[in-house]
Ligand binder design. Structure first.
Ligand SMILES: [Zn+2]
Length: 158
């Protein structure tokens, strides 16, 4: 079964929380569930497969216990091919380049608002497409961005 230095998942132990990365997971009394003492999320464990499943999120996220720490189950079986990276890069760079190029080739005649608007629009185009791609990556890897940010925010305030 398990080597001596590894400690398999069990209901008697406490484990670091994979969501907020600062709390401890411990067994909730009289339940087959684990709770984090910081972010208050509820997890279920499957000792026979060494899996931890987030019970209060849909779709749920699963981690595997390797004896020392958690490994995201969803990350291991996802390979993003270079075609997607190229498409993502084009999606980020192409629109602001087109907007910036047109503003450069056909500069606005008068000053004031219309002079800085193309630059402003180029920056907005770049940031919005960058956000779109980052959001897609976070979704693909099922990284709980908002949970993570909210927990970070709560830590900063307390
Ligand atoms: Zn936590």
């Amino acid at each position: 079964m398990f080597k001596e230095k590894e400690n398999p998942l069990s209901y008697q132990e406490t484990y670091p929380c994979p969501v907020c990365r600062c709390g401890d997971l411990s067994n909730i009394a009289l339940m087959d569930a684990f709770g984090c003492d910081v972010c208050r999320h509820i997890f279920t464990i499957h000792p026979e497969r060494q899996l931890l499943k987030m019970a209060d999120r849909e779709p749920s996220i699963t981690w595997r216990w390797n004896g020392q720490n958690w490994k995201g189950e969803h990350i291991g079986n996802l390979e993003i091919s270079w075609v997607y990276w190229l498409a993502a890069l084009l999606l980020i760079l192409l629109p602001p380049t087109l907007i910036g190029l047109s503003a450069f080739l056909f500069p606005p005649i008068s000053g004031g608002f219309s002079a800085w608007f193309p630059i402003f629009w180029t920056v907005i185009a770049f940031l919005s497409h960058l956000f779109l791609v980052l959001w897609l990556i976070a979704e693909a890897y099922q990284f709980p961005v908002f949970l993570y940010l909210r927990n970070r925010w709560q830590q900063l305030r307390s």
